[in-house]
Design a protein around this ligand. Structure first.
Ligand code: UDP
Length: 328
């Protein structure tokens, strides 16, 4: 028998790549997803159980059917802008939903839990690169919803038997190099897929949000991390918990900062297709620079990113170019 892992939100972008990684490690990923943002077509490495994380009865039924050894939890609303206009939706889905999931896990005696968190829990960086000890002061309801769950997980680790790996992602990007799955958001708001669409001639061009930041070229610095590297960290986190690892929070980034202008130049260089770029105003809630100190993930999980920005762009390009009008 293969051990099963319940991958909540496994039909989404990072969740589906994690299923691919878990399958490669000999686990059977069981996806639990309400398909609000996930895609049925991305569930390729194990069964799909449709359901919402706010539905405790449904969770009980799925958990008792599959008896997973651990839970990896991705299901969340993620658009920062939407979190500012609809904060209650974020607290309901991301916080209340996760509490329902945690209660179901506790009822079933599942004590190993990997949680998708974000560098957005740090808020405005006091310095970069940021280590896990950087103060957490999120600046929008999205970041706050993730931060609140982190606090709950810390309590459950301290006071109950839960063991949890909290993974704080920097800028997830890229796709499965074999093109089976990739980034597919509707509407798309992320910089790399938008720029690739501009290079493919599917958009008029790319608007840079802010060119007057205190950075080397005035545009925001981000730490773009390949989704296959992120997926690998989740696989390692599951194995770490199964072998008795203690609760921990880890940054997942490369440690290398790239400005928006540098990212655009890399896309032009990799693709050989120049596209129009214009300068627009700053986007509300954007941090000037987010770069990970990733030393702790190396110490705890033996994890180090293996793919660079060119690999991100190549894999993302292949995925987006191969997709006609939203179809896989
Ligand atoms: N960005 C941009 N134009 C766009 C979309 C994004 O200049 O059309 C910038 C954004 O301001 C940020 C960076 O690209 O500095 C990465 O943004 P993204 O939304 O991909 O990720 P975030 O850092 O917000 O999680």
């Amino acid at each position: 028998w293969m051990d099963k892992v319940l991958v909540v939100g496994g039909a989404g972008y990072i969740g589906s790549h994690t299923c691919l990684n878990l399958a490669g490690r000999g686990f059977e990923p069981v996806v639990y997803d309400n398909l609000s943002n996930g895609h049925r077509e991305f569930v390729k490495w194990g069964p799909l159980e449709t359901g919402d994380i706010r539905d405790g009865d449904r969770l009980d039924a799925v958990i008792s059917r599959h008896e997973p050894v651990a839970i990896v939890h991705f299901a969340a609303l993620i658009e920062v802008g939407q979190s500012v206009t609809e904060p209650l939706q974020f607290y309901e889905n991301n916080v209340a939903g996760t509490l329902t999931l945690l209660a179901a896990a506790e009822r079933a005696g599942i004590d190993k839990f990997v949680f998708s968190s974000t560098c957005a829990t740090y808020g405005i960086p006091r310095s970069t690169p940021m280590a896990e000890t950087h103060p957490q002061a999120p600046i929008n309801p999205y970041g706050r919803s993730k931060y609140l769950v982190e606090e709950v997980l810390r309590d459950l680790s301290d006071l109950k038997s839960l063991r949890t790996v909290i993974l704080r992602y920097f800028n997830a990007s890229g796709a499965d190099p074999e093109g089976r799955i990739g980034e597919w958001h509707t509407p798309e708001t992320h910089a790399i897929p938008l720029a690739i669409d501009a290079a493919l001639g599917r958009r008029e061009g790319f608007a840079i949000f802010g060119s007057d930041y205190d950075t080397r070229d005035g545009t925001c610095v981000r730490d773009y991390i390949h989704v296959m590297d992120l997926a690998d960290a989740h696989g390692r986190a599951v194995e770490y918990l199964l072998s008795g690892g203690e609760s921990v929070a880890l940054n997942l980034g490369t440690g290398t900062g790239t400005t928006v202008a540098e990212m655009l130049a890399a896309i032009e260089a990799v693709s050989g297709r120049p596209f129009p770029v214009k300068h627009a105003g700053r986007r509300a809630g954007d941090s000037p620079a987010l770069v990970a100190d990733n030393q702790k993930a190396w110490e705890v999980l033996g994890w180090r990113p293996e793919r660079d920005l060119d690999a991100i762009i190549e894999s993302a390009w292949n995925w987006h170019a191969g997709r006609a009008n939203g179809a896989v």
